[in-house]
Write a protein that binds this ligand. Structure first.
Ligand code: NCD
Length: 357
């Protein structure tokens, strides 16, 4: 799990928690931690989408009507890695539902993290003050570790805090998958018969790991997923295997032209440069392999949609290319990004208030 290897006991205990299904949503969000899409059954995913639709509708009519939902609740964002959309959309979501957001005065680097405090101890401290902690950390598996630490405190009635992952290194990004799947369903109605193509850094991109799992849960045998990447950046084997076990038709290629014209959804990703610190030559070698430009876009189906979790860099061409692509109605990343706030409002509402409210 990429956790501290001196701590084998702790890791075994967390594995046991996962295997026993302790983190599963099982139809009730209240008080749950959100660390992986594997916690969600299809019905739980639909519960988030339904709540998102309701919240979006109320928001458009009368945004103030939502202010009571999270009144007197406190969210603490704990970001050890850079973020714009995830961080700010969560903060905006909490405030738009009347909740409070408390952040370290000068950023996380000036909290006790600066003194060398580990993640678990920091989360344990925040559990005393926050109803919900949104955490992004560079280590895969760290969200489980943080959630598990809170869970132990919960069992002793010391805290009621929930942990929501905003991304754990190259692991998962569950809330991004929620907004991505919501966006696909909004445009396509459902996933039946869709060919969904993911392109780029599928090894290190956590969004595609979570999204693949969400699609498998929602679409199962009725979807085809195509992975397009340089060989060294292929989707991890365990995820491919899991998709196949769920009956998803998976096709892997290094040749975009083979699949672009047959794809209903194209999900583009940035090569995650920050994951190549020990191998900058490899980054240089593959960074230009897949670049979306207006001329590549000509190969896309008229009815397709193009998504990107953003931020975008040169994998989306030049700034002139960006301007042209942004005008193309198939390029829906702006709507995708906007959906992020509504999905996070729904998730906060579900975790803090429960399914029945
Ligand atoms: C992504 C991430 O952080 O994983 N961004 C996001 O949350 N919208 C994608 C990326 O950084 O490439």
């Amino acid at each position: 799990m990429g956790l501290d290897h001196d701590n084998a006991d702790k890791n075994r205990e967390i594995e046991r928690y996962i295997e026993n299904g302790e983190f599963r949503i099982n139809g009730e969000f209240k008080g749950k931690h959100i660390v992986s899409i594997e916690q969600f059954a299809a019905a739980d995913l639909h519960a988030v989408f339904d709540r998102t639709q309701q919240i979006e509708a109320v928001y458009k009519e009368e945004p103030r009507a939502l202010l009571a939902r999270c009144q007197a609740r406190v969210m603490v964002p704990l970001f050890y890695e850079a973020s714009t959309r995830t961080d700010i959309s969560f903060q905006a979501a909490m405030r738009r539902m009347g909740g409070e957001v408390v952040v370290p005065s000068n950023g996380i680097q000036f909290s006790s993290v600066y003194k060398g405090e580990n993640l678990v101890d920091t989360v344990r401290a925040l559990g005393n003050y926050a109803d919900v902690i949104v955490c992004r950390h560079p280590d895969k598996g760290s969200s489980y570790e943080a959630a598990w630490a809170l869970q132990l405190l919960k069992q002793r009635d010391i805290t009621t805090s929930s942990l929501i992952s905003g991304g754990d290194g190259i692991g998962e990004h569950p809330t991004q998958a929620l907004l991505d799947a919501y966006t696909i369903i909004k445009y396509k109605g459902n996933l039946d018969g869709l060919v969904i193509t993911m392109v780029g850094d599928l090894r290190n991109g956590r969004t595609v790991h979570s999204l693949s799992k969400a699609i498998a849960e929602l679409g199962g045998q009725r979807v085809r997923i195509t992975f397009v990447s340089p060989e060294s950046l292929a989707m991890p084997e365990d995820i491919v295997h899991m998709l196949q076990t769920k009956g998803v038709d998976v096709y892997q290629t290094q040749d975009l032209s083979e699949v672009i014209g047959a794809s209903d959804v194209i999900y583009w990703t940035r090569v995650q440069q920050e994951r190549f610190k020990n191998n900058p030559e490899e980054y240089e070698r593959i960074k230009d392999d897949f670049i979306m430009t207006p001329s590549v876009a000509r190969g896309m189906k008229y009815s397709s949609i193009f998504m990107h979790p953003l931020p975008r860099k040169h994998e989306m061409g030049t700034e002139e290319d960006h301007l042209i692509l942004d005008e193309d109605p198939r390029f829906v990343y702006n709507e995708q990004m906007r959906n992020g706030m509504f999905v996070r409002m729904a998730l906060l509402d579900l975790v803090l208030n429960g399914n029945a409210t």
